[in-house]
Design a protein around this ligand. Structure first.
Ligand SMILES: [Zn+2]
Length: 253
């Protein structure tokens, strides 16, 4: 029963994340006005704004102008609902669940905005660093020192990651936004996870880069944003970090 509540809660939060994704890059308020169709500007009625369900009932189109609604909306709602369920099953109704759920929710917003606009909004990453540091005092999974070293290492790793990226892609690709994102990841997950996130993010990013180059030709000019790969690396570090580190130490005995 509580699992279902966590799914519904996740879908509702996902719906709010879509608003953030749409409005933050335009520096609009995320509270007012209410949702409206980006095409015909008509306000969206509450019964047309039910996460996931409305998209299916409306067949993916605006009720008024019949313009198709971006698949991003149900995707973000579905992924957020799934993340909520997985974290709830792991941590139960605890502060830790809320802590990690808000962390992954922030990563989802950052990743989608970075994909569309090649920016990582400071209004998420900078407060995120503070939230991570403060929350480390309240939850058993991480202590403050680990969180602080994580934030400093993440923030200070500009040089390491910039060098790695340049080596992998033969061009400059790291932005200041990525550094603040890494500092936030460090504050939430600790310093070991920062190292793991950089390694995983670079690895997944370079594989994706090679695939895109093969598919689009190497003259393809779209700068691949790093934020989504760092975020993915952080989520893997969150769920499998302990296993990966143990496995690595085992291999190097
Ligand atoms: Zn419309």
């Amino acid at each position: 029963m509580l699992n279902i509540v966590s799914i519904v809660f996740g879908a509702l939060v996902g719906s709010f994340l879509n608003v953030c994704i749409f409005r933050l890059p335009k520096e609009e308020s995320i509270v007012t006005p209410g949702s409206h169709c980006p095409h015909c500007q008509k306000p969206i009625k509450f019964y047309d704004n039910v996460p996931l369900v409305s998209y299916i009932l409306l067949n993916g189109r605006c009720r008024y102008c019949k313009e198709s609604i971006s698949i991003q909306y149900p995707l973000v709602e579905g992924i957020t609902a799934l993340v909520s369920l997985i974290l709830f099953m792991r941590f139960g109704p605890t502060l830790s669940y809320l802590f990690y759920f808000s962390f992954v929710a922030a990563l989802i917003v950052i990743s989608v905005i970075d994909l569309y606009h090649q920016i990582i909004p400071d209004v998420i990453s900078l407060p995120g660093i503070g939230v991570g540091l403060l929350a480390s005092l309240a939850i058993p999974q991480i202590n403050f020192i680990d969180s602080l070293i994580g934030a400093l290492l993440g923030g200070g790793s500009l040089f390491i990651v910039a060098t790695l990226y340049q080596w992998l892609f033969k061009r400059e690709g790291m932005g200041g936004g990525d550094v603040k994102l890494l500092a936030m990841i460090g504050a939430f997950l600790g310093w070991k996870a920062v190292i793991l996130t950089i390694l995983l993010g670079s690895l997944i990013g370079s594989i994706a880069g090679i695939i895109i180059m093969v598919l689009k030709g190497k003259d393809f000019k779209y700068a691949i944003p790093f934020g989504p790969f760092l975020s993915l690396g952080a989520v893997i570090a969150l769920f499998y970090g302990q296993h990966l580190i143990r496995w690595y130490l085992y291999l190097n005995r």
